[in-house]
Every structure is written in structure tokens, then in C-alpha cells.
Design a protein around this ligand. Sequence first.
Ligand code: PMP
Length: 400
Amino acid sequence: MNKSTSNRDSFYGHIAQTSDAPMGLEISHAEGPWLYTTDGRRYVDFISGIAVSSLGHRHPEVVDAIRNQLDRHLHVMVYGEFIQKPQAEFASLLASRLPSNLDRIYLVNSGTEANEGALKLAKKHTGRSRLVAFRNSYHGDTHGSLSVTGRDIYRDPYLPLLPGVTFLDFNDPSGLGNIDEDTAAVILEPIQGEGGIIEADPQWLEKVRERCDETGSLLIFDEIQSGFGRTGKLFAFMHYGVVPDILCMAKAMGGGLPIGGFASSGAIFEAFRHDPPLNHVTTFGGHPLSCAAALANLQVLLRPGVMERAAAIESRVKETIRGKGVVGVRGKGAMLGMQLESYEITRKTVEFALERGVLLGWTLHSNTLVRLAPPLIIDDDLLGEVLQIILESLGRAHQN
Ligand code: PMP
């Protein structure tokens, strides 16, 4: 049995499966926008590992930072007891780029953990338990995050979830009266990702902020997918000028290593310090390797022209694809979606593009939307080639 066959067998035999039809590409290595497979092919990663590798795979400065940290120390102590340089440097650089009410961060390992922590923090700080969330949202697959995820088919098998969650329609101001004095937090994605790349309406978002202020409820923005430059600014809320009380992040934060976090003010974070002390701890949250990677990733992102590239990608993609057999192209920066008319056309377009070496994908809640989330470092020539392949795949999908 050759090595490749045995890896395939082990994958299907011993890795718990979550899909009836996994893509099953066997990865050899990855560099920049490229994924290389063991059969000698290469693919443009046009979904960036689902909005993770915004600087491409193995950005040299991120890899160097990980190597340097590797020679100093790995895990040394649970979260928040020791002063660790990579954590401290990352947190202070991030704080320098965030509004002053988001100058503290609690570091975790993943997106869903960031949301879990944010929900607990809001409950503890306000002394309230009601939560308001939105239909079509996605916040993660652990119990708390799933409790505020707005799609029944994912929730139903796991009921009962957290009590006291009210779902409202995204972008509909008429329901906002449901945010009341018993509401601990309102959680939303400024751009719904898995819901199919749906941007918040700026006026609606302002109204949500106002209603939270009136009722003393905390506003949580889940920017796990939209953060770290994906939309052309460090966070999507910066396009809107509406500032949350708690900001959740993960995915692209670690430049390819697992890390997440939720940022808020010192006053709000007081709730985690007492009654009882240590009431929210994690062993690996803010792992030094991940923080070293996150620091290098952020330093590169903040250089002139890096995040700005997202706007150029957006206009090129929209100009090239709009009106060419698609219902529409929407989204901001490099967080884009191509709306097609049927599942069949969508499935075939993704399949044909893969044959031609371009990796596209769906979003979790929509099977007629193709996710377009290229790395920000993709150059104009390669972007042009990929868009051509997408157009040809679309054309073929319509003929078949
Ligand atoms: N929130 C949003 C908006 C997401 O897109 C995701 C992941 N798709 C999550 C939370 C969960 O993140 P993770 O998979 O790291 O737990």
C-alpha cells in the first residue's frame, strides 16, 4: 500500500467525518495563494481556508516569528498568570488600533470560544440573562454559540440550548423593541458570513447601538470572519462607525495558527476578576506560538497598502463577474459572495473551477452562493486568471 493510499484510508477510517462528501484533497504543502496536493497538482486557495490565510499560506514573517518563539518557550502557564511577551506585544499593538473602550483582550483558541466568553462576560457584567441574536447568523458550534446561531436545522438536534434567546430579523428595525432591560447582550455579525455574505444596513446598525444604549444591554460584534483586514479595514465595524461593547475575533488573527479573542473595556472585564475570582479561565488561550504568529500577522497587515488591497479585489471581482450569468455579487473587500440561481449551477460551478485548479466553496447556510474570499496578497495577474476560470466554469455549468 503506498503512503498516499494509506493516508486516504486513515482519513476516512479514523478521522471523524462531518460531511457525506469531503473534498478529500491530500495536501502536500501550501505557500502564498497556493495549495499543493500529493498528486502533483496545485490549486489557488480562493477561500483562504475559510477566511483564515489573509496573508496567504506560510507568510515568511509569520513563519519566522513562530520559529523564534519556538526557540524561547511553548506553553508555560494557564491564561493570565504569567507575563508572556508575545501576548503582551500583540495585545498592545491591537489596542492601539481599536477604540479606547476595546483596549483589553481575553485570548482564547478559536472563534466559538471567543463568543462563549463574550456571552458569559455580558451576563456577568449586566447581571442579566436574556440574549438577542439574529436569524441566519452563525456564531459557532459549541452550546453557547449554537444557542445564538440563527438556523434551526443546526440547533434542533441539540435542544434544549440556552434559554432566553430571542431571534430577530437581521436588518429589520421593527423588531428592535425586543431588546429590553432584561437583555444582557445583543450579538451580531456586521457582515453575516455563513448566512451568505449579508451586509448590515448602516442605519439599522446604528439603531441597534441606540437600543442597546437605552436598555443597558451590551452589543457584541462577532467579527470572527470579517476581522483582520478581510473587508479592507482591520474590522468591518470600522466601515460603519458603530462601536461594539465586546468585539470577538479569531480565524485570520493568527496568520494560520489557532487563536481567538474578545476585546472590551477594563470596566466590563472587572466581572471576570471577582465573585468568584478566576471565573473564566482557559489553559491554552493565547498560546505563545499563536500570539507570536498573531503579532507578526498584525504587523504585516498594518503596513500601508496591505489591507487596502481588499478594496481593489472587490472592485475587480464585481466588475468582472457582475451580469455574467450570476444573480449578483455582494460583500465588502475580499469577503464576497456570488449569488447563483440554483443549487445545481452552484455545485457545478464549484466543481468545474476545482477541475481547473481554483478552490471555491459554499457558505454554511446558503447553497446557492459561492464564497469568494481570496488572500489579500493575490496579485492582479493571478486574480485575473482565477476570474476567467470562474466565468468559464459558470458558462459550462449553465450549458450542462
Ligand atoms: N463566528 C463566525 C462569524 C464564523 O464565521 C465562525 C466560523 N465560520 C465562527 C464564529 C466559529 O469559529 P470557529 O470555527 O473558530 O469556532
